[in-house]
Ligand binder design. Structure first.
Ligand SMILES: CCCCCCCCCC(=O)SCCNC(=O)CCNC(=O)[C@H](O)C(C)(C)COP(=O)(O)OP(=O)(O)OC[C@H]1O[C@@H](n2cnc3c(N)ncnc32)[C@H](O)[C@@H]1OP(=O)(O)O
Length: 259
């Protein structure tokens, strides 16, 4: 079943990528679908986490503005989003080094039918940071990658359901958003990865409801290992809230379904 699903994915990817190129849809805009990640083309460790555009169903992108966003959140989002398009010749928009990552509330279920996860579980599974339906209640965030600098910035608004010490953000929620941003950068850089190590230093509390920036940058890559550094700062960058280092290790698809 798993082999059949992976083959189907490869076949669909091999057909879709030239079509995307013909339509001038830049592959880096689809962070989990790069030619270098297609099985057999380049790497032993592939990314297969996104079903769209291979099915007609296009999932909701949760990283787009919604009414719960504060003016500050919206301003920062617009600032980074504007960096994602550059003026080219004749006023044509071109893709620059910045790309905005879409964000969905579940991972692909292609390989799980009855064999690796039960259908009930697969139907209910939701990405941890996107599993609360109420807008603004928990993690509101949008991630942007600088593909030249191999760095990421996340604009993060911390909702009231993430309380830890009174009025402030829970340390586990801070670690979660750090894992998510460093993980997204690592997936972009290396394909399918898992967190092997996450080291967090909490420097100053983050007030609930505030908007902070999560900065992540590649430190080095060694074989299967990707080392990322991370800082969480106030939205103007003047205050350091949290520092972290993370190690991600490339895995193959089978590793995720070992039971
Ligand atoms: C847009 C959406 C974005 C969403 C992003 C979300 C990201 C979230 C990511 C996660 O949270 S993943 C979930 C939490 N992580 C796990 O469950 C991983 C569990 N651990 C494992 O699966 C394995 O231990 C692991 C794949 C990490 C390593 O096992 P392997 O058998 O494949 O490799 P091995 O143990 O040989 O280690 C490979 C290299 O990594 C090194 N290594 C592994 N674990 C390490 C560790 N903990 N600390 C330091 N180094 C480590 C290891 O020394 C070795 O270095 P060398 O190649 O130099 O010898």
């Amino acid at each position: 079943m798993l082999r059949r699903a992976v083959s189907a994915f490869c076949y669909a990817a091999a057909r879709a990528i030239p079509a995307l190129r013909q339509r001038n849809i830049a592959l880096p805009q689809l962070p989990f679908l790069r030619a270098s990640l297609i099985p057999g083309l380049n790497s032993d460790y592939q990314s297969v986490t996104l079903s769209w555009p291979f099915s007609s169903f296009r999932p909701r992108d949760y990283s787009l503005p919604n009414p719960s966003w504060s003016p500050q959140m919206l301003r920062l989002y617009n600032y980074y989003n504007n960096l994602c398009e550059q003026d080219g010749e004749g006023g044509k928009k071109e893709i620059g080094p910045w790309i905005r990552l879409p964000s969905y509330n579940r991972t692909v279920k292609y390989a799980t039918g009855g064999q690796c996860l039960s259908k009930v579980l697969q139907a209910k599974a939701r990405l941890f940071t996107r599993n609360i339906e109420e807008e603004g209640a928990a993690f509101e965030y949008a991630m942007f990658l600088n593909t030249e600098e191999k760095a990421a910035v996340c604009v993060f608004q911390a909702g009231p359901l993430l309380e830890g010490p009174v009025g402030n953000l829970h340390g586990g929620a801070i670690a979660t958003i750090i894992d998510t941003v460093t993980g997204a950068l690592s997936i972009y850089l290396g394909g399918l990865v898992v967190t092997a190590n996450l080291n967090v230093n909490y420097r100053s509390p983050i007030p609930l409801g505030s908007v902070v920036l999560v900065h992540a940058a590649l430190e080095k890559m060694e074989d299967r290992k990707i080392y990322i550094s991370c800082q969480v700062t106030s939205s103007d960058g003047s205050k350091l809230h949290t520092e972290a280092t993370a190690l991600f290790v490339k895995v193959n698809v089978g590793h995720l379904f070992e039971r």
